[in-house]
Design a protein around this ligand. Sequence first.
Ligand SMILES: [Zn+2]
Length: 292
Amino acid sequence: MMRTIQSLIDEKRASNKARRAIALEENVMDVYGRFPELAEIDRKIVEARRDRLVARFEEKDVTFDFLEKEGKELSERREKFIRDNGIDPDFDQERPVCGKCLDTGFVKTAAGPKVCSCMKNELSECYELCGLGNFDTYTEKGLSMDHFGDTKGRSAQREKLLKLVMHMPPMNEKGVWIFSAPPQSGKTYLTVCIVKAAIRLGKSAAYVKADRLDELSPEDIGFIRQCEFLAIDDYSAEVTAGARRTNILNDILELRISNKAATVIVTPFAREETISGSDLRIAAKLSGAGDI
Ligand SMILES: [Zn+2]
């Protein structure tokens, strides 16, 4: 089932939280085991704190003042003991499992928050679940900008697609965009990289081949209707020959156009040819699409 990267990160964060709590408890037990005197001081501090609360509640000011002084002395004793014995003063503090993102799962970059490297497994699981399972080797690093020597054109396409993902003007004015380029021009590679980039930026995103739309589960159709970025690859007018597939596509486009939800239709055919040969309802929707 398709999932958002956020939901996978949330699960990992919950397990990190448990890991932190266990590590903390083990650490405290270890220090107390080695320094029973410190355990005793801490026990007294907790007790004094509780007594202070009671005294305040019962408005026993003299007792409260006395307890407060006692508490202060205990704290000073504790600090000195920790210092004298070379104990890590943060031994009773929770420590993040990942120092880079402090277990938030995201690091700040110039382009905004990005999924942290500690969520590598969650990222690949998300890629897999969201339709990119067969594209492990399609990476931003391997992306050639020089297909047919058209570096400039390809860079411009990449730029537009990234702006679409980021919901930046002018790409946020329309929901649906047609990315038309000849066969073997690396459209799929570029598209896959953009979907991965969207997921790395924490967005819900999915990749689907147009002729597989009718093989998706109702849950996955629900997901691609709603996700923030959707790429429908290998679209051709022929895709709309099947009534069920056409209904699904029509439904998806209708919602995404009205929500201006970032959607790219990737096709090896020219725009006009793609539109005119399509089912009438789809053609009407595609005719308002922008061009990548
Ligand atoms: Zn991290």
